[in-house]
Design a protein around this ligand. Sequence first.
Ligand code: MG
Length: 229
Amino acid sequence: MVRLVLFDIDGTLLHTGGAGRKAFREALATAFGIPNGTEGIEFAGRTDTGLVRQIFQRHGIEHSTGNQQHFFDAYYFWLDHILSHNEGNHCPFIWDFLRQLSEQPKAPTLGLLTGNVRLGAEIKLRHFNLWQEFHTGGFGDDSEDRNLVAKAARDRGCRFLGKELRGEEILVVGDTPLDVACAKAIGARSLAVATGASSVSDLLVHTPTWAVEHLGKITAADVCAPLAI
Ligand SMILES: [Mg+2]
């Protein structure tokens, strides 16, 4: 049985209309005087901290703690501002799926597994009234490497539950091949959803446990039950 479900955010729980990318661009412009500094950068499935390292390198900005803090201070301001002026919405059937999870005979704990830094994740999820649904997680502050973020999310989830979980007791829900890869890195089940950057056929190439068009195409009972051998 699944005891811990870890959700990616962008393209899995919600669409922000590109608020994260726009906030990165504005933060670079206002904090470092670099216009259009994110052009040509691939954001999907990446960690914020890994993106900052790449962008700093591209523009010759020293990757110091002070510069990172300076960047993220500007980023939080712009993210909040842009979300309040941007079109965005929840991914299809997300509330229904969360309700089904809560109604399982032994409801799993819900957490996050995201490349967003923690405060960025909180700003996005509060905007969409979702933050209070989650009780633990791993974030872009834990590591630039998404597979290590997955390990942090697993370890934190185990501490939250007060027990060591086997891989098959953890489910990762995400919209990119990188989400499937980080589920595998911790031996977890993976539910890949084609509500973000990748199609079902793109996701199937990476052999998730399940791949669906959206969360209305599968039930919480399907993904939480013991796996057939
Ligand atoms: Mg995503």
